[in-house]
Design a protein around this ligand. Structure first.
Ligand code: HEC
Ligand code: HEC
Length: 83
């Protein structure tokens, strides 16, 4: 009984160490963050959904264009974190 518990504990610790190592090795985020400049300053204090209503007044085909392979544009701040 005693021995079995020790093995289970060791197994549990190894499992946690493995999980931690896995999480720490997750790739770094590479998506560009929303810049912290005068164009974007107003969006920092706002709620995300509120701020996202304004992005496409500048970010559109005639203004600041998107890369050709840009994914779905529904929730800007879901992918582009605020700096
Ligand atoms: C007033 C116009 C304007 C509005 C509104 C605006 N942007 Fe921008 N944004 C720009 C301009 C100009 C650039 C390109 C120059 C630069 O990098 O600052 C840019 C660049 C970016 C970039 C690219 C940064 C990089 O590293 O290349 C991201 C991401 C971005 N904006 C996200 C957003 C999001 C999200 C919103 C809405 C919350 C938003 N923008 C609203 C003008 C605007
Ligand atoms: C599903 C995730 C996603 C959403 C939602 C999204 N983007 Fe992007 N965006 C990307 C990826 C991925 C790239 C290209 C890789 C990068 O940014 O370095 C990109 C690139 C950009 C760039 C060019 C960045 C550069 O470095 O040249 C701008 C500007 C931009 N997005 C603005 C926006 C705006 C504004 C919205 C909302 C209308 C938006 N994005 C919504 C994922 C997303």
């Amino acid at each position: 009984m005693q021995k079995k518990n020790i093995y289970l504990n060791i197994l549990f610790i190894l499992f946690c160490a493995g999980l931690l190592a896995f999480l720490l090795r997750a790739p770094e985020e590479t998506t560009a963050k929303m810049p912290h400049d005068k164009d974007h300053a107003a969006f920092f204090p706002m709620g995300k959904k509120e701020a996202e209503k304004h992005c496409q007044s500048c970010h559109n085909a005639e203004g600041v264009t998107f890369p050709a392979d840009h994914p779905s544009k529904n929730r800007c701040l879901f992918c582009h974190k605020r700096n």
